[in-house]
Structure formats: C-alpha cells, structure tokens
Design a protein around this ligand. Structure first.
Ligand SMILES: NC(=O)c1ccc[n+]([C@@H]2O[C@H](COP(=O)([O-])OP(=O)(O)OC[C@H]3O[C@@H](n4cnc5c(N)ncnc54)[C@H](O)[C@@H]3O)[C@@H](O)[C@H]2O)c1
Length: 271
C-alpha cells in the first residue's frame, strides 16, 4: 500500500546487488512511495548482480560507480541530476565489503592493505559521496543522506573483524558531515544500525547463521528484516524525519538495549 511518502522526491540508491540486498528493498519501497531515483553499484557488481531487473521494475537508470572513486562519483551525481531533471533529495549508501572477512583472515593476521580497502569501501566512501555531492551542489535543501551500519561499531562481535572499525568510522562521518550539511543546507545525515540480515554481504561473515539466531533470540521483537529496514529508510527520506540528524538509529528489534531474554535463558537452561 502506498502513502505517497516520497512523491516528487528524487534520489540515488547505492548497493542493490540482488533481491536479498537491503538496497533492493529500499528501491522497491521508494518506488512504491512515488520517488524517482537512479541506481548505482560498482561496475563489477553490475556484471554479477541482477540490477537491470530492478531498474526495469522501478523505471530507474543504472549508473555504475565504484564508490571509492571520486571520478566515478562525480559522474554519477552529474548524470543523476541530469536524468532526474534536478537535484536529489535523498541518497542511500548501502555499501560494505571487507577483503579480510571475505578471505577469512583472523583478526591477529590481518592484511593491512585489505584493511585500508575495507575502510575505503565501507566508510570513507560515505564521506566521498557527500563531499562530491556538496561540491556539485547536487542535494536539495532539506535532503536526507543515509548509511547502513551495524552494532559491531559499539560492541565486539569477533567474526566481524575490521568491518567493526569501518562501521565506527562510518557512524562518525555521519555526525561530522551531518553537522556541516545541517548548518549549511538543512540536509540531514544519519546511519541506521540494522539487525543481522541474510544478504550477500551478511552471509560472508563466518558463523552468520548462529549470529542471526542469537540476535533474534536476544531481541524482544525478533530481528528486523530487510523489508522493515526499507520501511525505516523510506521514513528517513520522507519529510516526517526532517529534524533527525547526526544519529545512529538502532533498527534491531530491541537487541541493543536487551541484557538477556527469556529465549536465551531457555536455550542456556537446556544445557
Ligand atoms: N546484512 C547484514 O547483516 C547487515 C547488518 C547491518 C548492516 N548492514 C549493512 O547494510 C549495507 C548493505 O549490505 P547488504 O547486507 O544489503 O549486502 P549486499 O551484499 O547486498 O550489499 C552490499 C553492496 O555493497 C556494494 N559494494 C561493494 N563494494 C563497492 C564499491 N567499491 N562501490 C560501490 N558499491 C560497492 C556491493 O556490490 C553490494 O551491492 C552494508 O553497509 C552492510 O554493512 C548489513
């Protein structure tokens, strides 16, 4: 059911790879709610994924961009403003990748070139997106920029490895850029800290099923799925959230403020 929450709004959505991607669901919902947007992903991901299907479904143009490349980002913002017929109102950064996690490196045996890659792809790219947009004056006043984070930024989850540092940087960038963009353009910048979710990036983390099950049992509402995350993103792009900025917003079914739950006690009692 549509509420036309994003009617007349234009945006850029990064990170839809396949139908399990959080960004994929956000694109579907944003389309339902009346938004017009371009879709972007790294050139290599575009070859592997199914983004063209989504583009057709949403009437969106796909513009490739490696989010670590300033040149690609400049091209993306310039073309998006052109294709959409004006500046954008929202940007979703739904990007994450750690070569160390992907290649199963232990935390005491990290490859530091890869560590820098994790930081560049998963965190600095958020800054690059905003700096490029600001230089091109590509986001309308009262726009909304969102990144997706995970609670490993605040608490240790051993297998999350260097992605924990990347998420801490991502959230910090949201505060620092949010200050600047808020002061100068009334543009808000936030991160949503999402429950573990079964996607391509999620399932790359070792022991992910146990992770998912544990978080589900530790959350009174259960894990938030990709659909509900998409609902939250749409709300954050809508005018209903225009005074929310520089926040890391927990979207986790209550996980982050639960000490222990009956479901966990039940499991431990059976031992
Ligand atoms: N799945 C989870 O459990 C979970 C939980 C909390 C937060 N998140 C975050 O949500 C976001 C989306 O992840 P997802 O779970 O939907 O997985 P996903 O694998 O579907 O999305 C990750 C995306 O990042 C893109 N990407 C990687 N390198 C890139 C680059 N250099 N330039 C541009 N794009 C690049 C990938 O192509 C992919 O589309 C990520 O930031 C992730 O860390 C995921």
């Amino acid at each position: 059911m549509s509420h036309d929450l994003l009617k007349g709004k234009k945006g850029i959505i990064f990170g839809a790879l396949d139908s399990s991607s959080i960004a994929w669901k956000v694109a579907e919902k944003a389309h339902q709610e009346g938004a017009q947007f371009t879709l972007s992903n790294a050139p290599i991901a575009l070859r592997m994924g199914e983004i063209d299907k989504l583009a057709e479904q949403c009437g969106a143009e796909v513009i490739p961009a490696d989010a670590t490349s300033l040149e690609d980002l400049e091209n993306l913002f310039t073309k998006s403003v052109d294709v959409l017929g004006g500046k954008v109102d929202f940007v979703l950064h739904s990007i994450g990748m750690s070569p160390n996690v992907r290649k199963g490196r232990a935390y005491n045996d990290l490859n530091y070139d890869w560590f820098l890659k994790s930081l560049d792809i998963s965190a600095l790219s958020f800054h690059k997106v905003m700096q490029t947009a600001e230089k091109l004056d590509a986001i309308n006043d009262w726009g909304s920029v969102l990144g997706l984070s995970y609670i490993a930024a605040q608490r240790t989850f051993p297998d999350y490895s260097d992605m924990a540092q990347a998420k801490a940087v991502l959230e910090s960038i949201a505060r620092s850029y949010g200050y600047r963009y808020g002061r100068d353009k009334n543009i808000r910048v936030n991160t949503i800290s999402q429950s573990p979710t079964m996607t391509r990036a999620g399932s790359g983390v070792p022991g992910f099923n146990a992770f998912l099950d544990y978080a589900d049992k530790m959350s009174p509402l259960g894990n938030a799925d990709a659909e509900s995350c998409a609902d939250y993103c749409v709300m954050m792009f809508s005018d209903y959230s225009r005074m929310v900025t520089m926040q890391n917003l927990m979207h986790d079914g209550g996980f982050s403020t639960s000490g222990i739950t009956d479901a966990i006690v039940d499991v431990l009692d059976k031992k």
